[in-house]
Ligand binder design. Structure first.
Ligand code: ATP
Length: 321
C-alpha cells in the first residue's frame, strides 16, 4: 500500500546561480517537476510514495531516477523512453525575483507516457492519487493522465490536483483552461496560486473564486497559495487565511509543491475522509504547510530544498518563540 501515488512530469530545472567573471549566466542542474516534487516531499516526511512518469533514456533521466530513489520514492512506474529527451526547464529570475521559464520539451519524454505504460493496480493500492495539469498539455500523456485519474476516481481513491499555469506549454490558453477544469472536476483537493485562480475562474477575490470552484466543480478542499503572505483555504463553505512565516527567501521554486505535500501529509496522518475535516483541522494543516513552503524558499532549487521533519519542527519552534 502506498500513501500517495503521483503521476506527471519529472524534469531538470536549471536554476540560475549568478554570473561568471566574464558576465555570462550559469545554471545549476536540479531535479524538478511538480508531481515528482510532491512525491519526494511526502517520502522525505516519512510516507510511502510512488511515482509514475517518463524520462528520456539519457543521463538526465538516470540522474532523476537516482534522485527520487534517494528520497525513498518508489520508481517502479518510471519509464526510460528512447524516443524522447528528458525535459529541461531553464529558470530565469528577473531583478524583482519573478520567475520565468524556457522549456526544452519537443517532445519531452514526460509527454510520451501512454495508458499502456501505467500499472493501474498500483493506483488502486494508494491512499491518494496526485496529478497536475502539465501532463495534459500533449498526447499521449493527456489521455494517459485522464484515464489514470478517472480510474482512481472510479475506485474511490481521493484525487489531489495542481493546475500549474505555464502558458507557453499549451497550444492555447483556452485549451489550458479546459484541461484544468477537467482536473478540477475529478479532484477533492486542489492547490492554486492567485494567478491560477483568476485564470480559471476570471475572479480575483479568493472567497468568490474558491466558492465558484467548490460550487461549480465540486472541489471540497481548496488552497490558494499567497507567497510570503501564507495561504487562503476553503473547506466546503468555510474559509480562512493562514499567515505565512517571515524568512530570507532566495528561490521560490517548488515552494507550492512542498506546501501541497505538507498538507497531504497532515491529512494522511489525520486519517479521516475529506468530508470529515473541520475548518480548524485545515487551519492547522496550513500553518504546518506554510512553514514547509517558507523553508524551501530559503534555499536554491525545489526538490533539493525539501526539509525533513526535524528541520520543520525546529523551524516552527524557533519562529514561534
Ligand atoms: P509553484 O510556483 O511552486 O507552483 P505556488 O505559486 O503555488 O508555487 P507560492 O505561493 O510561491 O506557491 O508558495 C507556496 C507557499 O510557500 C506559500 O503559500 C507560503 O506558505 C510559502 N512561501 C512562498 N514564498 C514565501 C516567502 N517569500 N516567504 C515565506 N513563505 C513563502
Amino acid at each position: 500500500m502506498y500513501d500517495i501515488i503521483a503521476l506527471g512530469e519529472l524534469l531538470i530545472d536549471f536554476t540560475p546561480l549568478g554570473m561568471t567573471a566574464a558576465g555570462r549566466p550559469y545554471f545549476e542542474q536540479n531535479p524538478g517537476g511538480a508531481p515528482a516534487n510532491v512525491a519526494a516531499c511526502l517520502a522525505r516526511l516519512g510516507k510511502k510514495a510512488s511515482f509514475i512518469g517518463k524520462v528520456g533514456d539519457d543521463s538526465f533521466g538516470k540522474y532523476l531516477d537516482g534522485v527520487l530513489k534517494g528520497y525513498g520514492v518508489d520508481t517502479t512506474g518510471l519509464i526510460f523512453d528512447p524516443n524522447g529527451n528528458t525535459t529541461l526547464a531553464f529558470i530565469h529570475l528577473s531583478e524583482q525575483g519573478e520567475r520565468s521559464f524556457s522549456f526544452y520539451r519537443r517532445p519531452g519524454a514526460d509527454t510520451l507516457l501512454t495508458i499502456q505504460d501505467i500499472d493501474l493496480s498500483r493506483i488502486e493500492r494508494s491512499r491518494v492519487f496526485h496529478f497536475g495539469s502539465l501532463s495534459m498539455t500533449d498526447n499521449p500523456s493527456r489521455m494517459a493522465t485522464l484515464m489514470a485519474a478517472e480510474h482512481a476516481r472510479k475506485k474511490g481513491i481521493p484525487l489531489s490536483f495542481d493546475p500549474n499555469l505555464r502558458l507557453p506549454l499549451w497550444s492555447s490558453p483556452v485549451k489550458a483552461r479546459d484541461m484544468m477544469i477537467v482536473g478540477l472536476q475529478l479532484a477533492s483537493i486542489v492547490k492554486v496560486s492567485e494567478e491560477e485562480l483568476e485564470f480559471i475562474t476570471g475572479i480575483q477575490d479568493y472567497e468568490e473564486g474558491t466558492r465558484f470552484i467548490y460550487e461549480t466543480y465540486g472541489v471540497p478542499l481548496i488552497f490558494v497559495t499567497l507567497g510570503e503572505r501564507g495561504c487562503f483555504y476553503r473547506i466546503r463553505t468555510e474559509t480562512g487565511i493562514s499567515r505565512g512565516y517571515s524568512v530570507q527567501s532566495i528561490d521560490t521554486t517548488g515552494a507550492g509543491d512542498a506546501f501541497l505535500g505538507a498538507v497531504l501529509l497532515k491529512w494522511l496522518d489525520k486519517g479521516v475522509e475529506i468530508n470529515q475535516l473541520s475548518a480548524n483541522d485545515v487551519a492547522h494543516f496550513c500553518d504546518f504547510a506554510n512553514a514547509v513552503g517558507a523553508i524551501v524558499t530559503t534555499k536554491m532549487g525545489g526538490m533539493s530544498s525539501l526539509p525533513d521533519l526535524e528541520e520543520i519542527e525546529s523551524f516552527i519552534s524557533r519562529t514561534s518563540d
